[in-house]
Design a protein around this ligand. Structure first.
Ligand code: PHE
Length: 333
């Protein structure tokens, strides 16, 4: 017959030695499972007489109780340890500073372009756009710039190879021709975009630059409306105390034409005028070429250089800084 005292000693020692819950489960199966010595001892009970069976039964119960209580205690210890190990392993250090991702922002030129557009949108203008690779017809012919007009050379046009009559637009004025051709007056649009000229790069020139074109076509539009509009624009962008001045100039597509300056007061008490844009009353030839009834309608137009406005407003002295993608420069705006 199985020596239950020895069995109990071995079983309790095995429970105490179990290192984790899996181990403990194996101990349980070994000592109390279907193929265990305990099960065999239970089966052997049938052959005993009544007295012996009772004593044997009490001894088996005592073994089972001793085993169960040792098992439960060890089970609780090992569960606690497993939980603690898991909490330790999955610990998150919430005090660790996050990796710093510097916030992005629009480029200075984009900021200035949006500011310019906002001023005119506030006055009721719509934004219109056109292609950068433009036909010579829109870039020149419809704007009263004939094939042998010196302006074609002056503007240092970049022609697109392999195409007849396709240029990189030298200004945003072809967009006004496109709008006039497609829409009925009254018209009030601003047309932002990139423009191209075969200029050598220096502190004030870049072969790629950007303009905002403005166009108003309506009955009874006068040069006074143009002046009032540009004064409101200059004051919104540069300050409420500014003045503007119109100097006579020439553009093939406007008559009369003006160069527009904005006043400045330097901190050292110096003051003067800075040129910010070109403007004028739309030439009757342009109205006719674009299908606008020049007897009924008149218009004004202006062209603003975005780089120039950005440089004047923010004290940038070299246009190349606007295109260099130097993060230290760009972070200033
Ligand atoms: N298109 C002219 C330029 O690029 C600017 C301009 C636009 C002048 C509209 C008058 C009217 O220089």
């Amino acid at each position: 017959m199985t020596d239950l005292d020895a069995l109990q000693r071995d079983a309790l020692a095995a429970v105490a030695a179990a290192e984790d819950l899996d181990d403990l489960e194996r101990v349980r199966v070994t000592f109390t499972g279907k193929r265990s010595e305990l099960a065999a001892a239970q089966k052997g009970m049938g052959s005993l007489d009544a007295d012996e069976r009772r004593r044997r039964g009490q001894a088996l119960n005592a073994f089972r109780q001793a085993f169960t209580s040792a098992f439960d205690e060890r089970h609780e210890q090992l569960s606690d340890a497993a939980l603690r190990a898991r909490l330790e392993a999955e610990r998150l250090d919430l005090t660790l500073p996050p990796r710093r991702v510097p916030p992005g922002r629009p480029h200075l030129l984009t900021q200035v372009e949006h500011e310019i557009l906002d001023v005119f949108i506030g006055m009721g203008y719509r934004v219109a756009e056109g292609p950068e690779a433009e036909s010579g017809t829109y870039n020149f012919d419809m704007l009263n710039i004939e094939p042998n007009h010196p302006a074609r050379q002056e503007m240092d046009t970049i022609y697109v190879d392999g195409f007849d009559d396709v240029v990189l637009r030298t200004h945003t004025s072809p967009v006004q021709a496109r709008v006039m051709t497609a829409e009925e007056p009254p018209i009030a649009v601003v047309c932002p975009g990139r423009t191209y000229r075969a200029d050598a790069v220096d502190a004030t020139h870049s072969p790629v630059f950007s303009q905002v074109e403005g166009l108003v076509i309506a009955e009874d539009v006068t040069m006074a409306d143009l002046r009032g509009t540009l004064l409101a624009f200059a004051r919104s962008l540069f300050g409420a105390d500014r003045q503007i001045r119109l100097r006579p100039s020439f553009f093939p597509f406007t008559e009369p034409s003006a160069e527009v300056d904005v006043s400045f007061e330097g901190s050292a008490g110096n003051h003067g005028w800075l040129e910010i844009l070109g403007a004028g009353m739309v030439d009757p030839n342009v109205l006719a070429a674009c299908g606008v009834d020049g007897d009924r309608f008149r218009g004004f137009a202006f062209g603003i250089g975005i780089e120039r406005v950005a440089m004047l407003r923010h004290g940038v002295h070299d246009i190349r800084e606007l295109f260099d993608a130097d993060a230290r420069f760009l972070a200033r705006f």
